[in-house]
Design a protein around this ligand. Structure first.
Ligand code: NAP
Length: 255
């Protein structure tokens, strides 16, 4: 007889940002497969994700919110918490990328990317933690979607690399501050995953071939690859993990 309850999300309610597509959608589907309910937050319609969740018999609530403004994001989390119930987890997944040579990158490209990928991640986490800590005995799990560019420089993505190095740093800092208070803060560093984020790379035959040749697993990642790792970081099985940013990259960083 096997007991996989430590890996179950039954009874857990998780907010996932950027859940309408890509990795966020994959995370939402993995969460419901593990028995959890998802609040999907984003600026676009979530119909496709709602359909995929319904197909596996899960619970999904869609919330419209532009995460480019951190105050709006914080107010959204309070509305969700007070309106439809408390949250057990937060997955900071929404993110953007701007590609340009460093000599050409604009201030707007810098501010937009740092805003969504780093500033909102911090203040949404802060708001989530305040709500968790306000209730005696409540626990919480935060999973930040970092990148292999939290560890490497990359090329032509200066603001993105800065934001993802920042995500690695605040994941560690928040873990140190909240580990003893019942909140786990960890992250996932995806490698090269087939989503809108990597479309420009995948449609460039030279970049695409050179990236693929460097991935030990010999394939690009799928959103579910990240979703299943997120389930582990949201489940009781990872209760003693704090401040880890786990690569899920087909072996990219191992080379
Ligand atoms: P994606 O398909 O472009 O999805 C990004 C998500 O973020 C979308 O849901 C997008 O909404 C949302 N978003 C962006 N700006 C937003 C805003 N201002 N307000 C609300 N939602 C916003 O890319 P992805 O690959 O799934 O990316 C998900 C996360 O994984 C990002 O943090 C990314 O940096 C990270 N990541 C991806 C890869 C990869 O290879 N794909 C590798 C490492 C890390 P819209 O659809 O409305 O734009």
């Amino acid at each position: 007889m096997s007991d996989l309850s430590a890996f179950s999300l039954a009874g857990k309610r998780i907010l996932v940002t950027g859940a309408n597509t890509g990795i966020g959608q994959g995370i939402a589907v993995s969460i419901v497969r593990a028995g959890g309910a998802v609040v999907g937050v984003g600026r676009s319609a979530m119909d496709e994700t709602a359909e995929k969740v319904a197909a596996v018999g899960g619970r999904f609530e869609a919330v419209r919110c532009d995460l480019g403004d951190d105050a709006t994001a914080q107010a959204m989390l309070d509305r969700v918490w007070d309106g439809t119930g408390p949250l057990d987890g937060l997955v900071n997944n929404a993110g953007i990328i701007r590609r340009a040579d460093a000599v050409d990158l604009t201030e707007t490209d810098w501010d937009d990317v740092i805003g969504v990928n780093l500033k909102t991640v911090f203040f949404l986490s802060q708001r989530f933690a305040r709500r968790v800590l306000a209730e005696s005995g409540r626990r919480g799990k935060i999973v930040n979607i970092a990148s292999v560019l939290s560890f490497q420089g990359g090329i032509r993505v200066a603001s993105y690399t800065a934001s993802k190095h920042g995500v690695l740093g605040i994941t560690r800092l928040l873990a140190c501050e909240w580990a003893a208070k019942g909140i786990n803060v960890n992250g996932i560093a995806p490698g090269y995953i087939e989503t809108n984020n990597t479309e420009a790379l995948r449609t460039d035959p030279d970049r695409s071939a050179s990236i693929l040749a460097r991935i030990p697993a010999g394939r690009w990642g799928a959103p579910e690859d990240i979703g299943d790792a997120a389930v582990f970081l949201l489940a009781p099985a990872s209760n003693y993990m704090h401040g880890a940013v786990v690569p899920v990259d087909g072996g990219w960083l191992a080379r």
